[in-house]
Design a protein around this ligand. Sequence first.
Ligand code: SF4
Length: 349
Amino acid sequence: MNYEISSFHLRPYLFKHRFYPFREYLKEHFPYKVHKIPLHAGFTCPNRDGRVAVGGCTYCINESFSPNVSGHSLPVREQIKRGKEFRRKRYGAEKFIAYFQSFTNTYADVDTLKSCYEEALSDRDVVGLSIGTRPDCIPDDVLGLIEGYTKKYHVWIEYGLQSIHDKTLSRINRGHDSRIFLDAIHRTKNTCINICVHVILGLPGETEGEMMETAEAVASLGIQGIKLHHLYVAKNTALAEEYFQGKVQTLDKDAYIKLAVSFLERIPSDVAVQRLVGDTQGNFLLSPVWNASKTEITDGITREFERRDTYQGLQCARSVSMIKHEISRSSKTVGEQEAEALRHHTINI
Ligand code: SF4
């Protein structure tokens, strides 16, 4: 069947950005300006301390991507206070999501986790929690604790997946396989917790086809958020050794932009994009050196969507069926809306 539809009037952010930015999601969910405050609560990681493995993921050096890890860690309350001040002044933020970012933020007993999360939630300007963790570190009692906060707060769990392919997970020493990831997702989906999944593009040994298989697997999960990163090689990692031995290559900027667009074309257009590119702090980066800001990469992604005349979800059956559903719900005005729409797409179903 051939449907001539315009989805831009139904999802205005698609017209502007061609994908669904997390800041648009936050605007839709809150009547005030909300920002995330990254926190280091002093946890470690079972993939580093020997419980699952030692050494961690081959690319991992938390100091390179978590600004709070270096040096002495302040109490969570103080990190929130400073994070609020900074984001108020710089971005005009009004309320905040406490983002437990560094290492594995469910790696402790329930009482320790409870006191840690509630230290953040005790700040009256904190309206939500976002908890970054590994899929093999979310036992049911911890999941139950986190779900308890959904009654009063906006709550996310961010799961590191990186790739759906077990051969890649093994090569980068993730210490879990895709089956464990899918089990965590399915148990979390039985709660009211929002789920964000982290993926890395350009992992060693992966073809473009395999990366798109990860996109298709993630698209089928019914999650609410995605973070995309490019693979980068940081000093003092196992990946750096492989890189110096010529076993690992990194992507150039344009190749990454193309991959990110192809990936997002497969992700439903109601999945908020929380990140579009990896981020390095300090002097850790070995490769790739792009000399481009995050804004430039983001703009490049929008331009590549425009060049292709596509948008997030265009190659995703779930997006197409959602758009059809919205059109049928708003059928009285669809004719007018379609006439006003700035862009049209023919989608073959
Ligand atoms: S799970 Fe996260 S913190 Fe642990 S080793 Fe891997 S990247 Fe590092």
